[in-house]
Design a binder for this molecule. Structure first.
Ligand code: NI
Length: 224
């Protein structure tokens, strides 16, 4: 399941992140690509060891965790570090899948989900869609600045060539407590239903029984 998360960043958040990225050094993104993706990755990334970039990454994680749909859609257990990417005209990232495992030592994680948080207004550049393949075909994703897409990291995806302007985005990966996508989607549907019933004035006993089902499925399916 792919899901759009609207307004992960406010306009103020965007202005802050873009201003701080302006001051950072950018280097070729090939350095963080897996072996097969390296030849396909033509972009720039904000300096990997720069503590300002690490702080911006934490800012992205905090914004995601404040979003009302993120927790129930991702059930996050671990996060990768956040990469800030920059595509100038002619840059692209060909069709690839992400590495199943990332990071070293304590930072090691299994990549169940990927996210792309768009940092540039869609009118400020042309091309640069995130293209995700699914059973239903290819989906071109070009969101407004501040919006993010959460999608399966195991899917084949690419970033189409940018033909005008500059496209900035933050990308990262998540290890979920519920690795199985169908189970995660079932829990998401039940949690959305729980919220809808709560707003619709359902009785306390109905909501508690639904809470019990969600909790017990989580007990059966969660991998700590
Ligand atoms: Ni990728």
């Amino acid at each position: 399941m792919s899901l759009i998360l609207q307004s992960v960043f406010s306009p103020e958040d965007l202005a802050r992140v873009r201003a701080e990225l302006e001051a950072c050094a950018w280097s070729p993104g090939k350095a963080t690509a897996g072996a097969t993706a390296r030849a396909l990755k033509e972009n720039l990334q904000a300096g990997g060891e720069d503590p300002r970039v690490a702080a911006l990454g934490r800012f992205v994680h905090e914004a995601l965790q404040r979003h009302p749909l993120f927790e129930i859609a991702a059930r996050p257990a671990r996060f990768s570090r956040v990469l800030f990417s920059r595509y100038e005209p002619g840059m692209s990232y060909g069709a690839h899948t992400d590495d199943a495992l990332m990071g070293q030592g304590d930072a090691r994680l299994r990549t169940d989900l990927a996210f792309t948080l768009f940092l540039t207004e869609s009118s400020a550049y042309e091309g640069g869609a995130l293209v995700v393949q699914s059973a239903l075909g290819e989906q071109d994703i070009r969101l407004e600045a501040g919006d993010a897409i959460l999608y399966p990291a195991g899917s084949i995806h690419q970033v189409a060539p940018v033909t005008r302007g500059v496209r900035l985005a933050a990308v990262g990966w998540i290890q979920s407590l519920v690795p199985d996508a169908a189970r995660r989607e079932t829990l998401f549907d039940l949690s959305v239903l729980r919220a809808d019933l709560g707003q619709g004035g359902a009785g306390r006993d109905v909501l508690v029984r639904l809470d019990k089902s969600i909790s017990n499925l989580l007990r059966i399916w969660a991998q700590l």
